[in-house]
Design a protein around this ligand. Structure first.
Ligand SMILES: Nc1ncnc2c1ncn2[C@@H]1O[C@H](COP(=O)(O)OP(=O)(O)O)[C@@H](O)[C@H]1O
Ligand SMILES: [Mg+2]
Length: 307
């Protein structure tokens, strides 16, 4: 497990370990490390670890760096994202959260003069997302994405959700109806819109629009849902609805959510990454991060001492 301890020494040790893992020399030590999380933790924490007998890695980020032109934005980030869990990415504004999220679906490739280093291995395939040259659409299909501001298309509620399904070649009305309904139900919006599916999406409230965007993102059944501060434009009630919904969704899908609100990370996530100036300062079980962070900076951030 990625525990980075208090001292610089430990960080260095950790980085060295990562390097040797990467070169394939200490496979065994790595897996031992991964499950030795509880050795330093409190009892409660151990109970949680035992209950979850098996968690799979969905995405293995190895020494990821990212550059806009000559500016290095992400610095050698290594992290394992677990399947059907919620991983929160928190950190002050400008620390690289959005940049990190957009590496997974290769969204940066829509622009020029960008560069990735490192690997993002997606499982169960074991393929490196960053090595893919041609079939970016195949990668992108594995990820649904939801942005900060709700951005429904200027189309009907139904067509917003059907959009990706149509692109994927589904033509039968019956199948479309069924999948649209399923996605809207999963996004906890169906009851509110089932009688007005033909209405323009813009007629919905902000919170409903964001749930519609979630429905649109999950309709095509991606493996991973990426959310970039999805509630920052919403009121507390809509925020609570979306948080509840995400906790429900993780039964079926791996979720990575960027938030600048540590309380949101604490409320809904299983794992939390704390980023600062493009570096991953600490990554651990959310409970550990909030009860007993290993790094002073993390502690400072969660008590609201900056940003
Ligand atoms: N298109 C871009 N070109 C150059 N630099 C960018 C671009 N987008 C973001 N940046 C820079 O990358 C850094 C990280 O930004 P971002 O990932 O948006 O941070 P966060 O989401 O944590 O607020 C910032 O310093 C920002 O100025
Ligand atoms: Mg951002």
């Amino acid at each position: 497990m990625m525990i980075i301890n208090k001292t610089e020494d430990k960080i260095w040790e950790y980085k060295e370990l990562q390097k040797s893992i990467h070169s394939g020399t200490v496979e065994y030590r790595e897996s031992k490390k991964e499950y030795s999380v509880s050795e330093k933790s409190d009892e409660e924490y151990e109970i949680i670890s035992k209950k979850e007998d098996k968690i799979n890695v969905k995405l293995d980020v190895i020494n990821l760096s990212f550059y806009y032109g000559k500016n290095q934005i992400l610095k050698n980030i290594s992290v394992k994202i677990y399947e059907k869990k919620i991983t929160a990415v928190m950190g002050p504004s400008g620390c690289g959260k959005t940049t990190f999220l957009r590496c997974f679906n290769r969204m940066h490739d829509l622009y020029s003069d960008i560069k990735y280093e490192g690997e993002i291995i997606i499982y169960p395939d074991g393929k490196n997302i960053l090595a893919e040259k041609k079939n970016l659409n195949l990668i992108r299909r594995r990820f649904g994405m939801v942005f900060q501001k709700p951005n429904p298309f200027p189309k009907s509620i139904y067509e917003n959700v059907a959009y990706g399904l149509r692109i994927n070649g589904i033509k039968s009305k019956e199948e479309l109806d069924e999948k649209v309904e399923k996605a809207l139900k999963m996004a906890a919006l169906w009851e509110e819109v089932k009688d007005k599916l033909k209405k323009n999406a813009y007629e919905l409230s902000g919170g409903q629009q964001q749930r519609l965007c979630i429905a649109r993102a999950i309709a095509t059944e991606p493996d991973v849902l990426l959310l970039d501060e999805p509630t920052s434009a919403l009121d507390p009630v809509s925020t609570a609805k979306i948080e509840e919904l995400l906790v429900e969704l993780k039964k079926n899908i791996t979720i990575i959510i960027v938030t600048h609100n540590p309380r949101q990370a604490a409320r809904i996530s299983d794992f939390t990454m704390f980023m600062y100036f493009g570096e991953l300062i600490e990554y651990d079980r959310t409970q550990k991060i909030f009860v007993n962070p290993s790094n002073k900076l993390t502690e400072k951030y969660i008590v609201g001492a900056f940003d």
